[in-house]
Design a protein around this ligand. Structure first.
Ligand code: ADP
Length: 448
């Protein structure tokens, strides 16, 4: 069971890391795909705009007029198709001019069909045989044809005075867009796996951090179960011994009586232990308002202290108490708070040798009311002080067991104070004595 624990936690940690990487990775991949899609769209839009501007620029050079009483189109001044060059000309793979009847009139670049068959508007086309040298009727040949695969083609009807005078078709290589998108893809191909590994590492360390408190409480629970079983096993064994002795025949009635009394005592002590364990297991968080009653703290403590006068006298301890003049009304669960205060007070009496002093003092400190119990007893070693509020922790287990403690008194007191929204702290010096403070939240105005 114990050897399974690290494996179990590692498996949960791996699962957490895996799911974290998977979910964050999916988000990352979706994000990368959207980024790529938007960038491709934007690049194509900008490219189309440029192609459209080129077409407009070319159309501006078309001259339409009467020549020898016939309607004639002159493409002399049209860049690329005429003689004029354009700064972006090398990007244009081909340009064609068709008559209104869609008959080829003039072209530059790859030889087109005599008839315009293409759809109007933008189209992306693939150059099937890129290596083939294009035949041409124009003056120049674009070398870039050999290397480009994808082209963006624009076919527009051209009007003058609302009359169709022809069709212009131009195409440019999409390589700039392909290059930009290629760089983006390379960046994503390298970047996404690196980011995924970083996400995986983060997931692993986050998984570790998430498992830590679970592991701690698991360890605590295991320790608690082991300690509780141990505490219960010892008295059970004692009960068994007494019972077996009582069953022996023939038996002295006095011895039988003594065995039964022992069994009664042990079961009572076991009952108390079980009650404490149940309280520790059930009460966490804060108490519900209906579990709290308004209490005049000073009068209530005075009554409680009265019960200790005899005990301290019997043990020859000097007991003093100090209370504030002010009325301190608090909402507390009287039964629980009584247990917390008596646990600390009993410890003070128990761990203070005859002739020592025990003092109970109540005072106000900013928004707290403090119940302080001070003794001049044996004190607590420095190394044990941080652990005394842990369940089943005993500074000297042999001595503590002898004095009747299970090591649960302070754990219970702490839990009770915490469910009241308060704090408990201890200051101690070995051989000089100890001071325990119960701090409860207090607002004079809102006191009931
Ligand atoms: P127990 O019931 O065994 O006394 P507690 O939880 O009340 O258990 O206390 C835990 C340990 O703290 C005790 O074993 C004891 O050694 C130490 N302790 C508690 N209060 C005092 C005190 N006033 N003076 C010295 N030691 C104390």
């Amino acid at each position: 069971m114990l050897s399974l624990t690290p494996h179990m936690f590692n498996r949960s940690r791996r699962n957490l890391a895996r799911w974290f990487t998977l979910s964050m990775g999916s988000i990352l991949v979706i994000f990368a795909a959207i980024l790529y899609f938007l960038e491709a769209k934007e690049q194509l839009r900008a490219f189309d705009q440029e192609l459209y501007n080129t077409a407009q620029f070319m159309v501006a050079g078309v001259e339409d007029g009467l020549y020898q009483e016939q309607q004639r189109i002159s493409l002399e001044d049209v860049p690329i198709l005429g003689g004029e060059a354009l700064p972006f000309e090398n990007r244009i793979i081909y340009a064609r001019w068709y008559t209104p009847k869609k008959q080829l009139l003039e072209f530059f670049g790859i030889t087109p069909s005599e008839q315009l068959n293409n759809k109007l508007g933008f189209q992306t086309i693939e150059l099937v045989d890129a290596a083939q040298e294009p035949s041409q009727r124009g003056d120049r040949v674009s070398n870039s044809v050999r290397h480009n695969k994808l082209l963006r083609q624009l076919t527009v009807p051209v009007f003058q005075d609302k009359q169709l005078i022809g069709y212009l078709e131009i195409a440019a290589s999409l390589s700039p867009v392909e290059n930009t998108l290629g760089s983006l893809i390379s960046f994503l191909i390298v970047g996404v796996p690196i980011t995924l590994s970083l996400i995986g590492l983060t997931g692993w360390s986050l998984g570790g951090m998430a498992m830590q408190p679970i592991r701690q409480s698991y360890d605590q629970l295991q320790r608690f179960t082991a300690d509780a079983s141990h505490e219960l096993r010892t008295p059970l064994q004692a009960i068994r011994n007494h019972a077996q002795f009582g069953l022996l025949e023939p038996i002295d009635p006095n011895q039988q009586q003594s065995s039964l009394e022992n069994i009664d005592q042990i079961t009572e002590s076991m009952g108390m232990l079980i009650r404490d364990l149940l309280f520790l297991a059930r009460n966490e968080g804060q108490l519900k308002p209906e579990a709290l009653n308004p209490v005049n703290l000073v009068s209530w403590l005075e009554l409680l202290v009265g019960e200790y006068i005899h005990l301290t006298k019997a043990k020859n301890l000097e007991f003093t108490s100090e209370f504030p003049e002010q009325l301190v009304m608090l909402r507390i669960n009287v039964d629980l708070m009584r247990q917390a205060v008596t646990n600390i007070l009993s410890n003070a009496c128990r761990y203070t040798p005859s002739g020592g002093k025990v003092r109970l003092r109540v005072f106000l400190a900013s928004c707290w009311v403090v119940i302080e119990i001070q003794d001049s007893g044996i004190g607590i070693p420095e190394k044990d002080l941080p652990h005394i509020f842990e369940r089943f922790y005993r500074v000297d287990s042999v001595r503590s067991r002898h004095t009747g403690g299970f090591g649960l008194g302070l754990a219970l007191a702490q839990q009770i104070v915490q469910v009241h929204g308060g704090q408990i702290l201890a200051i101690s010096r070995l051989g000089e004595g100890s001071t325990f403070q119960i701090k409860l939240p207090f607002t004079p105005k809102s006191s009931p």
